[in-house]
Design a protein around this ligand. Structure first.
Ligand code: ZN
Ligand code: ZN
Length: 272
């Protein structure tokens, strides 16, 4: 079984039209393809406008019908916490993500480029990286009360530019305590995605969340799924083989798959 529930198309900041993505997914043997365009946020230059959201919904629904005999297509959205969607309908699923933190009251992207990240750290947090990460995880934890959110997107996105551990060490207890507080607060109410997007874009060599955090999630009994946060259809299955192996090595036996409107566990050995 092949599944990817986190993909972006030309309706937001992706490179390909959804139909081209569907055709590539079929070619690559995918059984399920979920679209998760960036939900509207006034702070996000790359999100779908409210008008584009209407045609996004219509386009994905048409593709669902057109390709129903070849692949299961789901209509989803990646909601940013700066602007929640009013209800889950008409979406089949919702990914909740934190992409912005405040710099003197104005939300700025944490994952756009490193120069912006450094400016946010300096101006918004007086160069205190743990104040920044604390704020980030506090925002992620807020999603426990957001009923529409099914999936926590890229849990440790705040570490995007930390591949060389130049901002903090991944095993620093100050950092891990913040992560621990966040995931204990969210508990098993949400599915955590293992996200290979930063590998496709050359920022990282391993998926989000970091292996240490994945181990913490395993100990907590959390549910996971594996997505590529695809912005280019060539990377629909980016690093899936290594990532599935990593999850197995950590001890995960199941991944969550959406079936008939419900996320259900599937044996990890059944996916590739
Ligand atoms: Zn995202
Ligand atoms: Zn995304």
């Amino acid at each position: 079984m092949r599944v990817n529930m986190h993909t972006h198309s030309t309706f937001c900041d992706g490179k390909d039209h959804p139909e081209d993505m569907v055709l590539t997914a079929i070619e690559k043997g995918f059984d399920i393809l979920g679209f998760s365009g960036h939900g509207y946020s006034p702070y996000d230059a790359e999100c779908m406008s409210l008008e584009a959201t209407v045609s996004y919904i219509q386009t994905i629904q048409e593709l669902k019908e057109k390709y129903r005999n070849a692949i299961t297509i789901y209509l989803g959205i990646e909601e940013d916490m700066t602007c929640r969607i009013p209800s889950k309908a008409p979406y089949d699923f919702v990914i909740g993500s934190v992409h912005f933190l405040p710099n003197k009251g104005t939300p700025v992207p944490i994952d756009w480029d490193e120069e912006k990240f450094q400016r946010l750290l300096k101006e918004g947090y007086h160069n205190d990286i743990f104040a920044l990460t604390e704020d980030y995880y506090r925002n992620v934890a807020r999603m426990k009360d957001y009923a529409e959110v099914d999936i926590i997107g890229h849990l440790d996105l705040v570490s995007k530019f930390n591949e060389q551990e130049s901002y903090f060490s991944f095993d620093d207890p100050r950092y891990l305590n913040q992560v621990s507080e966040c995931i204990h607060s969210l508990g098993s109410s949400k599915i955590y995605e293992v996200n290979t997007g930063a590998i496709a874009r050359g920022y990282r060599t391993s998926p989000y969340p970091h292996q240490i955090i994945l181990t913490m999630l395993k100990e907590l009994g959390a549910s996971i799924m594996i997505n590529s946060d695809c912005h280019n259809r060539a990377y629909l299955d980016c690093a899936f083989t290594e990532t599935i192996q990593l999850c197995k090595d950590i001890g995960f036996h199941e991944v969550m798959v959406l079936k008939n409107g419900e996320f259900l566990p599937v044996d990890i050995n059944e996916i590739h």
